[in-house]
Ligand binder design. Structure first.
Ligand SMILES: [Zn+2]
Length: 68
């Protein structure tokens, strides 16, 4: 498996990920990802992306509840 942009080799590792919104941010220190050995760019796996989306969704729902 190689990284599409630089053709570097992808290794299965973990990588940090941050979602930044105006009023909050979600930061993961280590999510499962393939990391390019050449440039260090992470390519997140589908289950990691799903986890991020779930986190954002649940925070947005909590925010709505707080606003009521
Ligand atoms: Zn690369």
């Amino acid at each position: 498996m190689e990284y599409i942009f630089c053709k570097g080799k992808l290794e299965k590792k973990t990588a940090p990920f941050t979602v930044e919104r105006k009023d909050y941010q979600i930061h993961y220190n280590a999510l499962p990802a393939f990391v390019c050995v050449q440039c260090g760019e992470p390519v997140f796996e589908e289950n990691a992306l799903a986890l991020i989306q779930k986190s954002v969704k649940s925070i947005e729902e909590e925010k709505l509840r707080l606003a009521v």
